[in-house]
Design a binder for this molecule. Structure first.
Ligand code: C5P
Length: 243
């Protein structure tokens, strides 16, 4: 795969509530990454208008809203979010089958303008901030990996496009869910950048080798003196490792 194609697999997480900062970063990264991820922090501060302003920079938007509510409310939120023309939206798999099916149906109708493609709908399984004790405290017994696999199967059965997963789950979910199921992976660090607060990190080259479709990378790019160059360096390393 070429460096340009590898760049399309990079989703840059812009974690800020500052609209000007997000707009400037997205503009600088235009053409260097496949998408920009905006999460709840940005959405709560700047709303859909802020999202549209970032999108004007040219990169597709991954709207990481991690929705979790009754089916009717989540379906409505997916439809409403469609007005921002996101490339990808997240919902919590723990919201259950009815919620995910309602969201999947809504995402099919979330491309209001002719020519726009529907957003990819991706499930969040178990947050990586959870350990086994946290999971047990919510009433879910057994191993954390088993819960991840169970929820990924439910996500797939409900017609969603893929899951967000940690790097150490890539291989097992790729085997379980097949080649077309999208695996979106955060916790990625190039060898030359700081780990920050990420504990179980892998390099971009390793993540794609194991079968990741999209890599969510924030601070190694956004905190770099030259974000576009950092993104380019990551894409070049991915391409070189898989020439
Ligand atoms: O700066 P960094 O590369 O650590 O950013 C990673 C992004 O991925 C952040 O937006 C973070 O919230 C998100 N994320 C994560 N781990 C997860 C799920 C999402 O780091 N399990």
């Amino acid at each position: 795969m070429t460096e340009e194609n590898r760049a399309r697999q990079i989703i840059c997480a812009i974690d800020t509530s500052d609209r000007d900062e997000a707009v400037a970063l997205a503009g600088a990264l235009s053409g260097q990454v496949g998408a920009i991820k905006l999460g709840l922090e940005f959405f709560a501060a700047c709303g859909p208008a802020g999202v549209r302003e970032v999108a004007d920079g040219g990169a597709p938007i991954f709207l990481d809203l991690k929705l979790h509510d009754i089916p009717n409310t989540v379906a409505g939120a997916v439809r409403a979010a469609g007005a921002c023309h996101p490339f990808m939206i997240t919902i919590h798999a723990a919201g259950g089958a009815a919620m995910m099916r309602a969201a999947a149906a809504a995402s099919m109708r979330a491309a209001p303008d002719s020519g726009a493609s529907r957003p990819l709908l991706v499930g969040v399984t178990v947050l990586t901030s959870f350990d086994r004790d946290d999971l047990g405290a919510t009433g879910v017994g057994g191993a954390l990996d088993d819960q991840v696999r169970r929820l990924a199967a439910l996500v797939q059965d409900c017609g969603l496009d893929g899951v967000v997963c940690s790097a150490h789950e890539i291989a097992i979910l790729r085997r379980q869910c097949g080649a077309d199921f999208k695996l979106v992976v955060p916790g990625i660090r190039p060898g030359w950048s700081s780990a920050d607060d990420q504990k179980r990190i892998v390099t971009p080259a390793d993540a794609v080798r194991q079968g990741a479709d999209y890599l969510v990378i924030g601070r190694p790019i956004t905190r770099s003196d030259d974000p576009a160059a950092a993104a380019g360096r990551i894409a070049a390393e991915m391409a070189a490792a898989h020439a």
